[in-house]
Design a protein. Structure first.
Length: 256
């Protein structure tokens, strides 16, 4: 069992409706991996997968209020059934993934953490009650990996979490907070099948941190478009990084 050389991506509305920006970004994966299989999933193909292998989940899938929840849930089923790499469409490939597979030849699940500062990460770990603060926009797995069954079983139970607050509902019902909590028991047991990658590889910076540079070791550029979030919230994140950068510069200046 190993991680197959397949790259999965999702655009629920189908390839014909994909914005040119994402068409271009997806092409970067094809150019860097000409011999790999590339699969684009839409709502119809996801429903077909569920109908064939997980019919009891179809009702939950259809009940999600927001498309991003369907995308999030689908990626877990896809990786469980087919294995491979999953990347959000707002990612651009910088270098081939073959060297990563050589570096982690025995890993059956590759995970990434958000590029938070140590203080931010400690706070979020405390809030989530987890050992890691994972991203779900970049994932890789062997097919049929049994621990995914725990994640899939948790999805129906998580539907109502923070239902009346959109952003919290998304992240705790299907998104990064959900995945961090669902996989936490395995990570606490130091499951040897799992490797949490250095953030420099897939998440070396937040895309909306416009002044930061990607790490030279990064395999991708991730713009973190978060199109499901309201514009004011995306602007707030950008402003937060501006303020944090200014405070850091001030502190460094005083230290001198």
């Amino acid at each position: 069992m190993n991680i197959p050389r397949v790259i999965h991506q999702i655009w629920l509305q189908g390839a014909a409706a994909m914005p040119p920006r994402y068409v271009d970004m997806r092409q970067s994966w094809r150019e860097k991996h000409p011999t790999w299989e590339h699969r684009l999933w839409d709502d119809a193909s996801i429903r077909a997968l569920l109908r064939q292998h997980h019919p009891t989940f179809l009702a939950t899938y259809g009940s999600y209020r927001r498309l991003i929840q369907r995308v999030d849930a689908a990626k877990y089923f896809i990786l469980y059934r087919h294995g491979g790499f999953y990347f959000d469409l707002d990612t651009r490939c910088r270098r081939p993934l073959d060297s990563l597979l050589h570096e982690y030849p025995h890993a059956l699940l590759l995970l990434s953490e958000h590029p938070f500062s140590p203080t931010e990460e400690r706070l979020l770990r405390l809030v989530l009650g987890t050992r890691h603060v994972l991203t779900n926009g970049t994932l890789a797995s062997a097919a049929g990996l049994s621990l995914w069954q725990d994640v899939l079983a948790e999805l129906p139970r998580a539907v109502g979490r923070f239902r009346f607050q959109r952003e919290l509902n998304v992240t705790f019902s299907t998104g990064p907070a959900f995945l961090s909590r669902a996989l936490d028991p395995h990570l606490r047991r130091a499951d040897r099948r799992i490797s949490v990658l250095p953030p420099e590889y897939f998440e070396s910076k937040f895309g909306f941190d416009s002044e930061a540079d990607y790490d030279p070791r990064s395999f991708i550029e991730h713009s973190h478009d978060a199109t499901w979030q309201p514009a004011f919230l995306r602007a707030a994140f950008s402003k937060y990084f501006d303020v944090k950068r200014s405070l850091t510069r001030t502190a460094r200046g005083r230290a001198r």
